[in-house]
Design a protein around this ligand. Structure first.
Ligand code: HEC
Ligand code: HEC
Ligand code: HEC
Ligand code: HEC
Ligand code: HEC
Ligand code: HEC
Ligand code: HEC
Ligand code: HEC
Ligand code: HEC
Ligand code: HEC
Ligand code: HEC
Ligand code: HEC
Length: 305
């Protein structure tokens, strides 16, 4: 403190002189012997020690984003974790803040507008940005799906929409947001709705389901994966499954999906047995099963024949 005062005097000048009274008030009263006057005592009660500060000499800087975060932890953390490209300075958007006055109803007026910075990104039909981008601090990650939003899916996702129309199923009836609920982009697990029913238990993971069911056209089943175990078919075709498992014929070595590579496809025997017998015999008996009876359980001689 003494150094400061010295410097101030050495500098002379207005600034030094002005700062002097503030800095030296206490010291002056302590050193000067008491003069009789109106104030007989100290102006402070005993035990009160003034806390001094240099703050009044500092140049005040605008609040930084970290400063805002001290009080607005929630907004800061939302931006930090889910803000994406909106992780900008708070004051880049909030040029006005702490001026909300309920009696003036000025909330909308002081809040940043999307269209200040963005054009009509998706065209005129989607001009009301906040109907979908429900949280400006998480503009993509948290788009809550409202009933109105649910009616707009097809405009941006015509492919998925058309799949559900072209291949009608019960998934067409439940609608997009029965599955893609809560927030835009949410992907459901099949098990959310399908639990403890036949054949699913044979498939270890949800991803397994999608090998046979595109969720948007679940009954349009693509060719079965080549490694599909017979058990997957067993839940719905227990009779054929049991026969193949127990048959004495060599067809027990053939997987269901080797003969039925697509669902409901019936193979011709000659795909695998091109010339089993003489032409004459096959002309006389065009249906192999007239003699071989049951493809899933061919009658054969005892093993070791
Ligand atoms: C990209 C622009 C943008 C940025 C960056 C931004 N905000 Fe916001 N903020 C908005 C908009 C728009 C609203 C208005 C929401 C509404 O209408 O209720 C808002 C609302 C708010 C509100 C009012 C309460 C609420 O959550 O709706 C607070 C508080 C707030 N922001 C704090 C912050 C803080 C703190 C930061 C920085 C950590 C920040 N904002 C960064 C755009 C932004
Ligand atoms: C010392 C705490 C504190 C700091 C620092 C602070 N705020 Fe606030 N802010 C508040 C309080 C309290 C409210 C009113 C209650 C509420 O909305 O949470 C508020 C309200 C707001 C609002 C909504 C109402 C309005 O009048 O604007 C916005 C936007 C906002 N603050 C932005 C900011 C920004 C941006 C910063 C940093 C530049 C910031 N605040 C720094 C405490 C703070
Ligand atoms: C003060 C300017 C400003 C305001 C106001 C603003 N934004 Fe942005 N927004 C930006 C900037 C800057 C980017 C990043 C652009 C870039 O990096 O390409 C951005 C990016 C985005 C993105 C892409 C985010 C990502 O992570 O990919 C979305 C979505 C978005 N804004 C929506 C909105 C919506 C909705 C509003 C109104 C609630 C809004 N913005 C208000 C400046 C703003
Ligand atoms: C019908 C709902 C809806 C409306 C209304 C809407 N958006 Fe979007 N917006 C979306 C969806 C959905 C995305 C894609 C999100 C994703 O990538 O996962 C998106 C993406 C964006 C992006 C990022 C684009 C990119 O290429 O990265 C910006 C920026 C954006 N919107 C701004 C706006 C602005 C500004 C408005 C208002 C003028 C607006 N949106 C209105 C639904 C909407
Ligand atoms: C304004 C256009 C727009 C609207 C409206 C829209 N989406 Fe999207 N959606 C997008 C864009 C853009 C993407 C990102 C595509 C990408 O990343 O390839 C996307 C991505 C998705 C994804 C994939 C997310 C992922 O992780 O792969 C799903 C699921 C989705 N949307 C469902 C919906 C549903 C359901 C609706 C109706 C509630 C809807 N969308 C409405 C534009 C839109
Ligand atoms: C039965 C539930 C269900 C319904 C109904 C549904 N989806 Fe999906 N959707 C999914 C699942 C599960 C995925 C993830 C697929 C994957 O990962 O292969 C998905 C993926 C998507 C994707 C990401 C791209 C893709 O094809 O993988 C978009 C976009 C999408 N859905 C839009 C829609 C739209 C639009 C509708 C309504 C017309 C809709 N979905 C109806 C379950 C559903
Ligand atoms: C939001 C709930 C929901 C989700 C998630 C869901 N489904 Fe469904 N699914 C249903 C309903 C409801 C039905 C009709 C059930 C009934 O009538 O018994 C159905 C029926 C089906 C059908 C028969 C379709 C028909 O028209 O008979 C198949 C196949 C199917 N789901 C497969 C899947 C697969 C695979 C997944 C995951 C990719 C999945 N589902 C995810 C709700 C869902
Ligand atoms: C190897 C192929 C395959 C796999 C993997 C598969 N499915 Fe299926 N699923 C089918 C076939 C084939 C049908 C019969 C379709 C028909 O009736 O035309 C079917 C029918 C269904 C049905 C409607 C009939 C019923 O029993 O209710 C539902 C629901 C279903 N599957 C859900 C699932 C789920 C969930 C998974 C994953 C856990 C799954 N599927 C995995 C082939 C498969
Ligand atoms: C979820 C039940 C389900 C599963 C799993 C399933 N199917 Fe089917 N399958 C059906 C239904 C339902 C039919 C139609 C029955 C009818 O039309 O009488 C059918 C029909 C068939 C047919 C044609 C029957 C005919 O009379 O033309 C064959 C072949 C077939 N399935 C093979 C398989 C094979 C191979 C698997 C395993 C890879 C399998 N299925 C898995 C339900 C299923
Ligand atoms: C060696 C080839 C072959 C194998 C292996 C095979 N199938 Fe077949 N399957 C056929 C032929 C051929 C038919 C037509 C039979 C007819 O016309 O009577 C058929 C018919 C069916 C049918 C229609 C109903 C019926 O019995 O006629 C179902 C369901 C079926 N198979 C399911 C299965 C299942 C499930 C498996 C595995 C457990 C399986 N098949 C293994 C060749 C095979
Ligand atoms: C996807 C191929 C495939 C189809 C389709 C097929 N088979 Fe076979 N079949 C085989 C194989 C593999 C063997 C075992 C051959 C071996 O090991 O020598 C076999 C063996 C046989 C045998 C000898 C059985 C034994 O145990 O010695 C007869 C008989 C037979 N098939 C009849 C038929 C008839 C009849 C049909 C049509 C209804 C048919 N197969 C359809 C693949 C097929
Ligand atoms: C008139 C009755 C009859 C007809 C029709 C017939 N088969 Fe056979 N097939 C037999 C007899 C009998 C055997 C010898 C059985 C044995 O060796 O156990 C045999 C054997 C076979 C074998 C096993 C050959 C081997 O080397 O072990 C195959 C494969 C076969 N037949 C396929 C076919 C196919 C495919 C058709 C239709 C295109 C067909 N058969 C039609 C009676 C017939």
């Amino acid at each position: 403190m003494k150094d400061l005062i010295k410097k101030a005097f050495a500098l002379g000048g207005l600034i030094g002189l002005l700062s002097l009274p503030v800095g030296t008030a206490g010291i002056a009263s302590a050193k000067t012997p008491k003069k009789p006057g109106i104030f007989t005592n100290s102006i402070l009660k005993p035990g009160i020690v003034p806390q001094k500060t240099n703050a009044y000499n500092e140049k005040i800087k605008p609040l930084t984003t970290a400063d805002c975060a001290r009080c607005h932890k929630y907004e800061f953390n939302t931006l930090k974790e889910h803000g994406g490209k909106h992780r900008l300075k708070c004051t880049f958007c909030h040029t006005k803040f702490h001026v909300y006055n309920p009696t003036k109803h000025n909330w909308a007026e002081i809040m940043p507008k999307c269209t200040q910075c963005h054009p009509l990104v998706h065209g005129k039909q989607f001009a009301d940005c906040e109907k979908c981008h429900t949280n400006p601090h998480a503009p993509i990650a948290e788009m809550k799906v409202s009933p109105w939003f649910a009616k707009q899916c097809a405009k941006c996702h015509p492919t998925e929409y058309e799949e559900t129309i072209k291949y009608p199923s019960k998934h067409t009836k439940i609608g997009c947001t029965a599955c893609h609920h809560t927030v835009h982009g949410y992907i459901p697990k099949c098990a959310e709705c399908h639990k403890g029913k036949p054949h699913y238990s044979c498939v270890p993971t949800d991803k397994g389901c999608e090998r046979c069911h595109n969720p948007h056209e679940p009954l349009n089943i693509p060719p079965f994966p080549k490694n599909t175990p017979n058990k997957v078919c067993a839940a719905c075709h227990p009779v054929e499954y049991k026969k193949i498992e127990t048959t004495k014929s060599k067809h027990h070595l053939v997987a269901c999906v080797q003969c039925h590579p697509r669902h409901k496809y019936i193979p011709k025997c000659t795909e695998c047995h091109p010339h089993p017998h003489s032409e004459a015999l096959l002309k006389k008996y065009p249906n192999c099963l007239q003699c071989h009876i049951d493809v899933h359980n061919l009658p054969v001689a005892a093993p070791g024949k």
